[in-house]
Write a protein that binds this ligand. Structure first.
Ligand code: FAD
Length: 462
């Protein structure tokens, strides 16, 4: 009798503990449920379309298929379990509050019908409850948490893909409710804004490993120093692949660790992968992190309401080149360099004094790597309201950040071509260029000194 492998944020065959378990139990039915109760951003939808198509293709190459259903999670799984006569359903865990609630309901309902339901650890280096302080409480600060992680030794070695799995035949009556990725309506139509995403990304497990291999061969050496420079392709670009689980953090950890042998670049990269785990662990322990300030005193922050400023920020028309370059890179490619993410987030929450949740919502709609943990975690970190946050009074100056991290202006010239002709000395402050100041480019929407003073005054009211 078959086992249903319920795919979610783990769209891969190798190092997939649930799939491995399913294949060892007997014939497998592979399922993905697209449930409107789990809303996705536009860029994530675009990615998911490609991800499901590739996974179906990869399964068919082995004689299987991906059964895709649209609708309520609980109802869909129960229905398919009945149709195929499943004796068990397995999956890899998720850590967001809504996802955990749904998974617990599905588990209870299946068990009540005598169907075994089993969850596996597949999406983190370590499960959140495996890394605790001596008192057994959650860590609130990254560095001691990371020390505790390292003291545990290497994470479990990755599992291979199941060897010649047997796939159950899905009865044709079930076929009537199965849909293709195209039928989910995930792709943009008019306008088709995904051109830049198509040019930059290829979803799927094969592409994830190609990127990981290329990173190890070409970029990990020098990562610690180059990773802050947005003009360089110095980071791995693995974030959307980790987000959709085309590659697991354990696979990344072991591949990079084996290649780097403990040098500074490797250690720096592995700690970044650690930040991903820390963000997920924080979401697990503080389930309303996505919507509520982790530091409640920020509930009284006098955020402004300013739709015009928000729009200028979203569209990359603030008049500050490093901000506009980052926001345009995001809009065009679904991704933004980490240093620039920090600078644009600081600008929104400090110089513009807009609520971090407004910025996080825009990121959630436009990032291909948007996830329920890393996105709010990092926004709260920049905005000062996170547990282990940068202090609010640390306000990035977009001009000096640009000069420091994009000294030759290459990044700005790529994304803000209307100022590309300016000499380096004006590239991060075009309004200083006098008669050479470009006409089509906006004047700064906020005065840096004034915005900074306003932000500090607001913060002092807390
Ligand atoms: P690399 O430098 O190659 O790092 C390797 C991996 O480590 C990344 O793929 C990612 O999984 C993880 N990682 C690195 N930095 C962080 C971090 N600060 N927090 C959590 N994980 C990290 N990352 C997301 O994956 N999803 C998000 O929604 C997201 N939102 C962010 C919002 C803001 C305001 C900021 C400042 C950062 C955000 N990040 C987010 C973190 C970081 O910017 C991206 O993970 C990184 O830029 C991805 O590029 P990369 O894969 O080349 O990173």
């Amino acid at each position: 009798a078959p086992t249903i492998m319920w795919f979610r944020d783990d769209l891969r065959l190798a190092d997939n503990p649930a799939l491995y378990d399913a294949a060892s139990r007997g014939p497998v039915v592979c399922l993905y449920v697209h449930d409107p109760a789990f809303p996705l951003g536009g860029a994530e939808k675009w990615w998911l379309h490609g991800a499901l198509s590739v996974l179906d293709h990869d399964l068919r190459a082995q004689g299987g298929q991906l059964c895709i259903m649209a609708g309520d999670t609980h109802e869909s799984i129960s229905w398919l379990a009945g149709q195929v006569g499943a004796v068990s359903v397995v999956w890899n865990r998720r850590y967001g509050p809504h996802a955990r609630q749904v998974d617990a309901q599905v588990k209870a309902a299946l068990k009540a019908r005598g169907i075994d339901a089993h969850s596996h650890p597949g999406n983190m280096l370590h499960e959140p409850w495996q890394v605790r302080t001596r008192q057994g409480t959650p860590f609130r600060v990254f560095t001691p948490w990371w020390r505790a992680v390292q003291a545990k030794g290497a994470p479990l070695p990755p599992l291979p893909a199941p060897d010649r799995p047997v796939f159950a035949v899905v009865p044709s009556v079930a076929g009537g409710r199965l849909v293709t990725p195209a039928a989910l309506g995930l792709l943009p139509e008019h306008p088709d804004w995904a051109q830049g995403l198509r040019a930059q990304w290829q979803p799927g497990e094969g592409a994830a490993h190609a990127r990981l291999d290329a990173f190890i061969a070409e970029q990990v050496h020098g990562y610690a120093t180059q990773r802050e420079l947005p003009a360089r392709p110095a980071t791995s670009g693995l974030s959307p692949y980790l987000r959709f689980g085309h590659v697991s953090p354990r696979q990344v950890w072991h591949a990079v660790d084996a290649a780097g042998k403990g040098d500074r670049d490797t250690a720096c990269f592995l700690s970044e992968v650690g930040w991903r785990d820390f963000a997920h662990a924080t979401l697990f322990d503080f389930p309303d992190m996505g919507t509520r300030n982790l530091r409640p005193e920020y509930d009284h922050m006098p955020w402004r309401h300013d739709p015009a400023a928000l729009r200028a920020w979203q569209m990359g028309k603030t008049g500050y080149p490093i901000i506009d370059a980052g926001m345009r890179e995001l809009w065009r490619t679904g991704w933004m360099h980490n240093r620039v993410r920090m600078v644009v987030a600081s600008f929104l929450t400090k110089h513009l004094l807009l609520d971090w949740r407004v910025g996080a919502a825009w990121f959630a709609d436009t990032l291909v790597d948007a996830d329920a943990a890393s996105n709010p975690f990092n926004w709260q970190w920049v905005a000062g309201c996170g547990l282990d946050a940068a202090p609010y009074f640390r306000i990035f100056n977009p001009v000096s950040q640009g000069e420091k991290f994009d000294p030759a202006g290459d990044y700005v010239r790529k994304w803000v071509p209307e100022i590309a002709h300016l000499p380096d000395k004006y590239i991060h402050a075009p309004w200083k260029a006098g008669p050479d100041a470009p006409r089509g480019y906006p004047a700064p929407i906020v005065d840096l000194a004034g915005g900074r003073a306003r932000a500090l005054a607001a913060w002092k009211t807390l």
